[in-house]
Design a binder for this molecule. Structure first.
Ligand code: A3P
Length: 335
């Protein structure tokens, strides 16, 4: 007799085999599901997440495409949500961010909680960390809005904070990150240096990349945030960089943890704790890997707005701008 897990595996494999496929860089063959491209292992987890996750009314789900400031948003939200448990003075011992990577405290559900990969970190421990943050739970996903579980969409209370970033910097951040992961995977050998940037621009503009298309991902959450502003807060990385106090206060207010009028010290301390320079230099982020095989340190690079200028040619910029105009101009985004 066939075990139920084998038949579930068989069903998932049959589904995966029936989906459109496309090669992403030289790394992996992606599958297209509900209009978006996924790495096959993550797609299985996404399917399980969609069918089995029950949102609670006080859950907070952070969401983002890759390389748009997820680590920053996780850190800020964690500080904001737990600040009744911390004194928010300059006592480092008291700071939850010194105890583990932001990716440990705020797991990305389809990678760390519902993962079916054997090489993934101990799921139970991570899930426990999420669950024992208990009410409210703070979770994260890179999944597009279209494939979120119905219970997340329908729950009145479960809130979503989404972070987006301008397309060119996102692509360059992705290019650096994946090139470094690829090197890690091949034991430093790399075999031929970075993936050609011109080809990376092609993949980005055509939408064939992990959780792509970036443009549809952003546009869809934006449209939903306009329809249901009480449910989805849409934040831009550039706004957070430019006016950090204003946008951190906005996130706190949205999450029902407002800073009082007088609490400038609190806002400043959250920002200090979550600054790139500080996080990058914390021992928990300099070593180890919560999201196998990515070292914790790989989530911190420059964090500069406009860094893409240092890498993209005028022709590459033109192509990305053209795609942006087509996909995001109707929403007035990243013009
Ligand atoms: P760069 O590669 O442009 O430096 P993600 O967290 O979604 O993977 O995004 C990573 C990007 O966010 C990287 O951008 C990284 O340097 C930047 N980043 C990480 N932590 C940050 C922080 N605390 N403040 C600002 N930017 C941060």
């Amino acid at each position: 007799m066939q075990s139920s897990s084998t038949s579930k595996d068989d069903e998932e494999n049959a589904l995966l085999n029936s989906l459109p496929k496309a090669r992403f860089w030289n790394i992996v063959e992606l599958r297209q599901w509900d209009g978006y491209w996924f790495e096959p292992g993550l797609l299985k987890s996404a399917i399980t997440f969609r069918s089995s996750f029950h949102a609670r009314n006080d859950d907070v789900l952070l969401a983002s495409p890759i390389k748009t400031g997820t680590t920053w948003l996780k850190s800020l939200s964690l500080c904001i949500m737990t600040r009744n448990l911390q004194t928010l003075d300059e006592d480092e011992e008291d700071d939850i961010l010194t105890k583990g990577s932001p990716h440990f405290h705020v797991p990305t559900v389809e990678i760390s909680v519902y993962s079916t990969e054997e090489a993934a970190p101990p799921r139970a421990a991570i899930y426990e960390a999420a669950a024992s943050a208990a009410a409210p739970r703070l979770l994260h996903t890179h999944l597009p809005y279209a494939v979120l579980p119905d219970s997340v969409k329908e729950s009145e209370g479960c809130k979503i904070v989404y972070i987006a970033r301008n397309p060119k910097d996102t692509l360059i951040s992705m290019w650096h990150f994946l090139n470094s992961q690829f090197e890690t995977l091949t034991d430093g050998g790399g075999g031929g240096g970075p993936f050609p940037l011109e080809d990376a621009v092609d993949c980005f503009c055509s939408g064939v990349h992990i959780y792509g298309s970036f443009f549809d991902h952003v546009a869809e959450y934006w449209a939903e945030s306009r329809k249901r502003p009480e449910k989805i807060l849409f934040v831009k990385y550039e706004d957070l960089k430019c006016e950090p106090k204003r946008y951190v206060s906005e996130i706190a207010e949205f999450l029902g943890r407002p800073f009082g009028e007088e609490d400038e010290v609190g806002v400043n301390e959250v920002l200090r704790r979550c600054s790139l320079e500080r996080l990058k230099n914390l021992e928990v982020n300099k070593t180890g890997s919560v999201v196998f095989p990515c070292p914790n340190s790989s989530y911190f690079r420059k964090g500069e707005v406009g860094d893409s200028k240092n890498y993209l040619t005028a022709e590459m910029e033109r192509r990305i701008d053209e795609t942006s105009r087509l996909k995001l101009e109707p929403f007035g985004l990243f013009l």
